[in-house]
Design a protein around this ligand. Sequence first.
Ligand code: TXA
Ligand code: MG
Length: 344
Amino acid sequence: MDGLPEQIAIAVQRLRAGELVAFPTETVYGLGADALSDAAVKRVFEVKGRPAHNPLIVHVSGEAMARRVAADWPEDARKLAARFWPGPLSIVVPKAQSVPAIVTGSGPNVAVRCPSHPLTLALLEAFGGPLVGPSANVSGFVSPTAAEHVREAFDERDVMVLDGGPCTGGIESTVVSVVGGKARVLRSGLIDAAVIGEVLGREVECADSGVISTTPTAATPAEAPGQMSSHYAPKARAVMIDAGDVESLIGRVTGECVVITHTKAEDAPTPLPPHSGRVGKTHVIRMPVDARGYARRLYAALREADAMHPELIVIVTPPDESKNPVWRAVRDRVKRATAGSAGE
Ligand code: TXA
Ligand code: MG
């Protein structure tokens, strides 16, 4: 990891000049810009092609910096930050006036998160201020879990990339709102509502159950505007189906087909190869069978599938293990990745 202090110094210079720097986090890579600069944040929206109503998460080096962007830092936020930061939890609180309206989609609240990747913590410290950080992908497409995914999406003249290796978490942070004394999970992630409830000493509502097909309007911006049904989606048509239906489905597809499956070959006998690889017109990507391993691999697998330009990507329905929050979050992402094609 030679030259990292130098890379951070260059990144800080670029951020101070209002430019964009993609940074690694434990979840996915973020597209960083000075959160307090209207012009820099505007650039993020432009480069990503992101709709203006969809607010950005503000990344901070710790609680002290979080308080600078919050008008109010409720006891719930204090407890959650103490327990989960640095880590994959974004906390929505009332925003301070210093935060430009563009960051929050003109809404009154701001999502803040202290990521745990050492490189990005060092960047935040060196920059000395908050950074917006949406996932560093073109809006609506699959989030990046490696530096090369970011490089593929953006011109290096527009976006400098700090390479911190592959992301260990693989799916975006849990977003929890503690505004108005209510605690609500707006986006599922590696930290689930039950654990948050334990820390807060009360039940936490989960607003993301199932796919929310909210279409925000200017008059009624959705509380979680990023939670639209089709998101995180590959370019090819993609569907989610049960393991038992794979064989008949691929039989009906005339072109190439990529099957992403976590089932073991012996558990789901199909004419598919036992390891990742190709048989005829079907390419199989075998996923880890554990939830965390699956989450870490998911977005890279979707990208690999897309790169084969198949007629169809078939994702075998991930397990419905209500006791395992990571499977729940994985299912949420797979549903969204396949929502556009499935007509949901
Ligand atoms: O793990 C992550 O959260 C990554 C890394 C880079 O930190 N970032 C990320 O950002 O996933 P993004 O912009 O792709 O997704 C942020 C989501 C939005 O879609 C929105 O639903 C929610 O967080 N969000 C952001 N600000 C909000 C706010 N003020 N109120 C409610 N939801 C908010
Ligand atoms: Mg995103």
